[in-house]
Design a protein. Structure first.
Length: 523
């Protein structure tokens, strides 16, 4: 891929993403369709990419960012359903696809068929989570889908490594495969924990937000490469390191947290846009090498049906059978209504990890081109099918969050406790009988109380029914004041009365305050 083509890809993908966000539609699906159309343009058909480069430079930072933003405690609380999906479902799907491909493709060995199964087994929940967040899926469903997408790649890639070794005649026994799988998981977890622990200790001692954020940018690539060098799961190492550092993020400085959030949000936008566009752009090159397109289309359709059915056949028993067999599970976690597993079973979109893994299949593997085409077909078919129908399924089944009020109440109670602790601290620090300190203390108390009231007000009726709340009025007026302050300092800079360095310092203070006002308005 040339430099100009790469820049065109990034700019085009970001343009489509911006338009989708403005129109309120899911950008991953549109990017795939636009990429497919663009793949027929002259010159684009020769587009090639190194799957190892995509895995390292695109998939790895996306997984790390998702892990940073995930809740370790929520994942631990839902470890059973996440494990059943990220490990059990991946293996079940891989075996089901392998059996189907072994039966449908003449002359294909079972080991080679298992390679295809491992490639198409892991769903990519980026699009599903995007849709679910917009439509208000329950928090636990979002946690399960996100946790599945974090860990299922490690299972699939480890299984792929074992299947490839068997398919190319490396003489891998069942015991060797089992030991390889165990080491891949254990080694990946160990590497991720060690790197996360070391980086967290180093960052706490630096007290330099720029260097701390720069160090954070290196973590996913280091974890991946170190784990792969040890023949462990690099993907799992990245996820574990991200979960560790995300869990301990409150122990870092506020400037580091603000900067990390901005950096990773921007990088996620670029990488997610590029990765879905790449999926579509590969169509022409895949078709050129595929051979008899009619037979392959039928094969791709059959494997797609197997992939979809495998998820449905696994999710419902995995949801209800453990509760039926084990009273402890049933008592701790009552069975959900059937629409919940129905939505989870329909959120099986494949993504970039499947395409990257498909192109990483060794050239010496028999019928490689057919396997790559099928993997590509499954990816596009599930993205378009599930992506376009999942919002309808969620609405039709009525799967919505019902705990918003409870969540706001918990937030209000936590903030109230924090404010009371802050007020006690002010009383301890403020000297008595000092009019100036008494005035400052009163202002600090008013500000803290306003923060607390803002959350309690969200528990009442909306402003459209009761009129603008005092906190909303304050935010609106304060924003107008900030705008006037910002215009004034810009005019002073333009008039030559202050320089750009002074302007940037003042604007940063105003921007931070406006960012806080905006954050307080988020539901």
């Amino acid at each position: 891929m040339t430099g100009l083509l790469l820049i065109g890809l990034i700019v085009g993908a970001l343009t489509v993403t911006a338009l989708c966000r403005r129109l309120g539609v899911a950008s991953p699906l549109v990017l795939v369709v636009v990429g497919i159309m663009a793949s027929f343009l002259p010159g684009v058909s020769d587009l090639r990419f190194d799957p190892n480069v995509v895995l390292l430079l695109v998939i790895t930072p996306l997984l790390y960012s998702a892990a940073l933003d995930s809740s370790y405690l929520s994942i631990r609380a839902n470890l059973r359903p996440i494990g059943l999906l990220a490990v059990g479902l991946v293996i079940f799907t891989a075996v089901a696809v392998a059996l189907a491909a072994w039966w449908l493709i003449p002359g294909l060995s079972f080991a080679a068929a298992l390679v295809l199964g491992a490639v198409v087994a892991p769903p990519d929940a980026v699009a599903a989570v995007t849709v679910g967040r917009r439509l208000g899926l329950p928090r636990r469903v979002m946690t399960i889908l996100a946790g599945e997408s974090l860990f299922n790649d490690a299972t699939a890639l480890t299984l792929l490594r074992v299947a490839v070794a068997a398919a190319v005649g490396a003489g891998v026994s069942v015991i060797d495969a089992s030991l390889m799988f165990v080491w891949s998981v254990a080694g990946g977890v160990a590497v991720g924990l060690v790197i996360g622990w070391v980086v967290h200790r180093v960052r706490r001692k630096l007290d330099d937000p720029q260097v701390e954020s720069a160090l954070g940018l290196v973590v996913p690539f280091t974890a991946f490469l170190v784990a792969e060098e040890a023949h462990a799961s690099g993907v799992l190492a990245v996820v574990v390191a991200g979960l560790y550092l995300g869990h301990h993020a409150p122990e870092t400085g506020f400037a580091t947290r603000l900067q990390d959030d901005a950096v990773w949000r921007a990088s996620d936008t670029v990488l997610e846009s590029v990765v879905f566009a790449l999926i579509g752009l590969q169509l022409t090159s895949v078709l050129q090498r595929a051979g008899d397109i009619g037979d392959l289309l039928m094969l791709g359709t059959a494997i797609t049906v197997v992939v979809i059915l495998a998820r449905v056949l696994w999710v419902f028993p995995a949801t209800y059978v453990p509760r039926a067999l084990f009273r402890g599970v049933r008592d701790r976690d009552p069975a959900p209504r059937w629409p919940i597993p129905a939505v989870i079973s329909w959120a099986g979109m494949r993504g970039a990890i499947t395409v990257a893994a498909a192109f990483a299949i060794p050239p010496e593997l028999p019928q490689r081109d057919a396997l790559v085409f099928v993997a590509f077909f499954v990816t596009v078919a599930t993205l378009l099918l599930h992506g376009t129908t999942l919002p309808w399924v969620i609405r039709k089944l009525g799967v919505r969050r019902t705990d918003q009020q409870q969540e706001v109440l918990s937030e209000a109670e936590a903030l109230h406790a924090a404010v009371q602790a802050a007020l006690r601290r002010v009383d301890e620090l403020a000297p008595e009988d000092d009019p100036l300190n008494e005035h400052l203390t009163r202002k600090l108390r008013m500000f803290a109380q306003m923060q607390s009231n803002a959350v309690w007000e969200r528990l009442g009726r909306p402003d459209s029914e009761t009129g603008e709340s005092p906190t909303a009025t304050y935010r609106r007026l304060r924003r107008e004041m900030l705008g006037a302050e910002r215009d004034t300092v810009v005019e002073l800079r333009n008039a030559g009365r202050i320089d750009d360095e002074v302007l940037r310092r003042i604007l940063r203070e105003l921007d931070l305050e406006e960012a806080m006002l905006t954050r307080e308005e988020e539901p």
